[in-house]
Design a protein around this ligand. Structure first.
Ligand code: UDP
Ligand code: MG
Length: 156
């Protein structure tokens, strides 16, 4: 058993394709463990795509990822990392095999519908970013975090 992170990117949520993509994952032996819809902040987007800083596509990618709603999904299953990447298809939708998520819902290399972790190690890092277990509470009157008091987000 292995966990991986699926992101349904803003161009796919815009197409109302969330349910269809989740169904494809479930039909391919992946089980949904966690699910949330959110909008990327600068901070989380920069952290998530830190490996691509300086690439020519980095700035437009950041802009795209912040342009709408994203759905984060933790999927589990045998070889989930590899299986999800196969289900998504090539980064460039024009080169993705027919029937893959990116062939069906991708528009171009940037707006390619979904993200899938590329290794079990990346999955761990990405899952902790998108599903943090703790958040800051309590702010002082200037809006600055004053007390480092945490509250647990999930019941685990
Ligand atoms: N990307 C892009 N232009 C490129 C390559 C990548 O806009 O030439 C975007 C695309 O959305 C891709 C993401 O950057 O999914 C991360 O790129 P990576 O090479 O890691 O592809 P992935 O692992 O998502 O297939
Ligand atoms: Mg990648």
């Amino acid at each position: 058993m292995e966990n991986t992170l699926l992101l349904i990117k803003p161009n796919a949520t815009e197409q109302n394709a969330v349910g269809r993509i989740l169904a494809m994952a479930e039909e391919n032996n992946m089980v949904i463990q966690k699910l949330r819809m959110f909008n990327f902040t600068d901070e989380i987007a920069q952290n998530f795509y830190a490996e691509h800083v300086g690439r020519e596509f980095y700035e437009p990618l950041m802009k795209f990822m912040k342009s709408g709603k994203t759905v984060g999904v933790v999927l589990s299953g045998d070889n989930a990392v590899k299986n999800l990447r196969a289900l998504l298809g090539n980064t460039n939708p024009e080169e993705a095999n027919p029937g893959t998520v990116r062939a069906l819902f991708g528009e171009n290399t940037r707006r390619n519908a979904c993200h899938g972790s590329d290794s079990a190690e990346s999955a761990k890092r990405e899952i902790s970013l998108i599903f943090p277990e703790y958040v800051f509470i309590n702010k002082n009157k200037d809006g600055l975090t004053w007390f480092k008091r945490f509250t647990k987000l999930s019941g685990e």
